[in-house]
Design a protein around this ligand. Structure first.
Ligand code: 7TS
Length: 414
């Protein structure tokens, strides 16, 4: 990658790139251009080092041991909780529950608060742009309780129809669960307005922050969401770790999710008493190494600067959008006013799968298909899209390579 090109606002992208060893590799004899960041981001060296350091120097199970290794591991694990609390501006550290990821967080809420409160004839509202993980758990719950799932429609631009949403809210609405930023359209939803309206109707709100947390400032108190979920692996952190934020009052009142070690105070065959928050929802040995390495990812974001990252990504999104719009046979799906750095597109007479394969032959990784949002594809009457999603380490030169690759693809296939 040439260093002569412009250094984009606030960050030296080439210095950032040096922290990500994987970016040095080649794919099919070409330098890797990684534009599949919405699926999972790459990891900086400090995250990889944190994993290696834990396993090399203080691998031990947490909370239960009094020996040095156990104490060190516990302290590092709990330090991540403090870092997440700060990162999301949660009021209390016990409101931060570690999960396996966004999917598990949503399922946890559906199985606990959902099962406890949703009754026959009640309503749950989700939107037409949800990831399958924010559809299926609610469908299962509705099936079990004979409740009704209602869907907020999407406009042609890929925005939520808020007027329609407000009409869907009734006294029977128990839960509203919506995505903060869409993984297939890039749309940033006005979650504050959505939450306020839901609360006025007496519903609790779950925000799926899988895509937003890495791009936007997250302040769960200002947002006033009841639950917020995200995944570390989309935040430059490891896979297998996520966060469920919940308001303490709700978390305390909810039934337990999984039973086992850690989540108990006392067990007899007659009766079990459950542990305090957050441990009540962290049954069994957690993913210690990855939780610890997640803090290194948050440190990386902190050091690089959230605002700098956002400005850089906005610039990449704008540049890519302008460049893609110049290809006559290409149509961008998702043209909302507020977007994160995700751009989905289709090309006349070319299947998205073929775009993906031919770009991969040129070392360019994009995601193709329905992106686990099949209802979005149905809404736009398309089989799928090709999706390029940008991260802090991507450059305009890489976008130029994508555009060149697309021209080549179109020439070959039409
Ligand atoms: N919600 C949204 C908005 C997502 O983008 C994803 C993952 C999930 C939930 C589920 O997250 P997980 O970490 O539990 O799997 N999105 C994608 C994607 O766009 N391509 O691969 C995974």
């Amino acid at each position: 990658m040439k260093e002569a090109a412009t250094i984009q606002k606030g960050i030296n992208v080439y210095a950032v790139r040096k922290q990500f060893p994987i970016l040095n590799r080649e794919v099919k004899g070409k330098p890797l251009v990684y534009f599949d960041n919405a699926a999972t981001s790459q990891k900086p060296q400090q995250v990889i080092d944190a994993l290696v350091n834990y396993y090399s120097n203080y691998n031990a199970n947490i909370h239960r041991g009094i020996h040095t290794l156990a104490e060190e591991a516990t302290a590092a694990y709990e330090a991540t909780r403090d870092a997440v609390q700060k990162f999301m501006h949660a009021a209390l550290r016990e409101e931060i529950i570690f999960t396996r990821g966004t999917t598990e967080g949503i399922n946890l809420v559906a199985y606990t608060w959902g099962r406890q409160h949703v009754k026959e004839g009640d309503e749950i509202i989700i939107s037409g742009m949800e990831h399958h993980s924010n559809i299926v758990p609610w469908q299962v719950l509705c099936g079990e309780k004979k409740a009704v799932l209602k869907i907020i429609p999407i406009t042609e631009e890929g925005e939520l129809d808020l007027e329609a949403y407000k009409k869907l809210l009734t006294s029977k609405t128990k839960i509203v669960s919506v995505v903060h930023a869409s993984n297939s359209l890039g749309t940033v939803n006005p979650v504050k307005e959505i939450i306020k309206a839901a609360h006025e109707a007496g519903a609790v709100v779950v925000i799926d922050g899988a895509q937003s947390t890495v791009h936007l400032d997250i302040d769960v108190q200002k947002m006033d969401c009841d639950f917020f979920v995200c995944s570390a692996h989309k935040l430059y952190g490891p896979t297998g770790v996520g966060v469920l934020y919940g308001k303490k009052k709700l978390l305390e009142s909810m039934p337990v999710f999984q039973g086992g070690g850690e989540m108990i105070k006392e067990v007899t065959f007659e009766k079990t008493t459950f542990n305090d928050l957050p441990y009540k929802y962290e049954a069994g040995t957690p993913n210690i190494a990855d939780v610890i390495a997640f803090k290194a990812a948050l440190d990386f974001i902190q050091k690089t600067g959230k605002e700098n990252i956002r400005l850089h990504e906005d610039e990449l999104l704008q540049y890519a959008t302008e460049q893609l719009q110049q290809i006559p046979s290409l149509k961008i799906i998702g043209t909302a006013k507020e977007k994160v750095s995700v751009v989905s597109f289709v090309i006349d007479k070319v299947h998205p799968q073929d775009i993906g394969i031919l770009l991969d032959n040129q070392g360019i990784a994009v995601r193709t298909g329905h992106h686990c949002t099949q209802p979005v594809m149905d809404r736009f009457c398309i089989p799928g899209t090709a999706r390029a999603s940008f991260a802090v380490y991507n450059t305009k030169e890489e976008i130029d390579a994508l555009i060149k690759g697309l021209h080549k693809t179109i020439k070959m296939l039409s």
